[in-house]
Design a protein around this ligand. Structure first.
Ligand SMILES: NC(=O)c1ccc[n+]([C@@H]2O[C@H](COP(=O)([O-])OP(=O)(O)OC[C@H]3O[C@@H](n4cnc5c(N)ncnc54)[C@H](OP(=O)(O)O)[C@@H]3O)[C@@H](O)[C@H]2O)c1
Length: 268
């Protein structure tokens, strides 16, 4: 007769960065709903989010840390390793924008955007991706953006970082195609989150226009990741915008972006 199992079956584990608000919060909720435990990080306190996810039945490990720094990413990875269980899903989602003219931006803020959106994101994907590759299993959802498909006049560095992530995501997906590790790029358009206020884009057309519900965006990201799709552009209008961007000259796109992100454009 088989010995009765003494260990209760572990739930799968999802790691979500930027889970304190917006799309990351909703992604974490999706994973709770689908029976995952969580390891989450953000750079402000996570107690409230943690409580919400626990009330959905998930075990939650969390860390308040700056993922723009190498030490911050390492601390988060240490926390994940201390759980002594495999990571089934990584949502590399934390990110920030920065409005206004590039030459007017303080360089430390420029660097923070690049280090959060690109450097820290890559570091965490490499650390967790190596573990997934060794196991021959795992799913990585990278939050890129349709902003990566166009030059981002008056949010120029941000759009550049998202162009990087959109491209990187497909390259990594191809590198890993025979390994059991799936990479999907979530490409939202304007979504109703803290993002625009934090990026000082409140008085722009981008900031004032109607936006998608982050819960819908997260649901689309979850579904695309589980289906194993290469990318998902969230929402019908954004699919149209992405298609237009693909056939429009860069200089024209840059001018169009000026109309949406120039300070004061939201008041016109
Ligand atoms: N909103 C949109 O229209 C839109 C469109 C396309 C793509 N996206 C992308 O979606 C992702 C989520 O943004 P969101 O719209 O949900 O905005 P959000 O509500 O501002 O959420 C951003 C999340 O990232 C975290 N974060 C930012 N910088 C961090 C850092 N250095 N270290 C640790 N955590 C950090 C924030 O943590 P704290 O709250 O603790 O600061 C927050 O949890 C970003 O990658 C963004 O580029 C957004």
């Amino acid at each position: 007769m088989d010995e009765p199992s003494t260990r209760t079956e572990l739930k799968p584990l999802a790691v979500v960065t930027g889970a304190s608000s917006g799309i990351g919060y909703e992604l974490a909720r999706q994973f709770c709903e689908h029976g995952y435990d969580l390891a989450i990080a953000a750079d402000t306190p996570l107690a409230e989010a943690e409580q919400a996810f626990r009330s959905q039945g998930a075990e939650v490990a969390s860390l308040q840390t700056d993922l723009a720094t190498e030490a911050g990413v390492e601390q988060f990875y240490d926390l994940i390793r201390s759980l002594d269980r495999p990571v089934d899903v990584l949502c590399a989602n934390a990110g920030e924008g920065l409005g206004h003219a590039f030459l007017d931006q303080p360089f430390e803020r420029v660097r923070h955007v690049v280090d959060t959106n690109v450097t820290g994101t890559l570091q965490l994907i490499q650390l967790i991706g190596r573990d997934m590759q060794a196991r021959g299993q795992g799913r990585i959802l990278i939050t890129g953006s349709i902003a990566g498909l166009m030059p981002g006049t008056f949010n120029a560095v941000y759009n550049g970082t998202k162009a990087f992530l959109d491209s990187f995501s497909f390259a990594l997906r191809n590198e890993l195609k025979d390994t059991g590790v799936i990479v999907t790029c979530l490409m939202p358009g304007g979504t109703e989150t803290e993002f625009f206020h934090r990026a000082e884009l409140d008085d722009t057309k981008l900031g004032t226009s109607k936006k998608a519900d982050p819960a819908d965006v997260a649901r689309m990201g979850f579904q695309a990741l589980m289906k194993g799709d290469g990318d998902v552009v969230a929402g019908a209008m954004n699919k149209v915008r992405a298609a237009i961007a693909a056939v429009t000259p860069q200089s024209r796109l840059a001018e169009m972006h000026r109309g949406m992100a120039e300070p004061g454009s939201g008041r016109k």
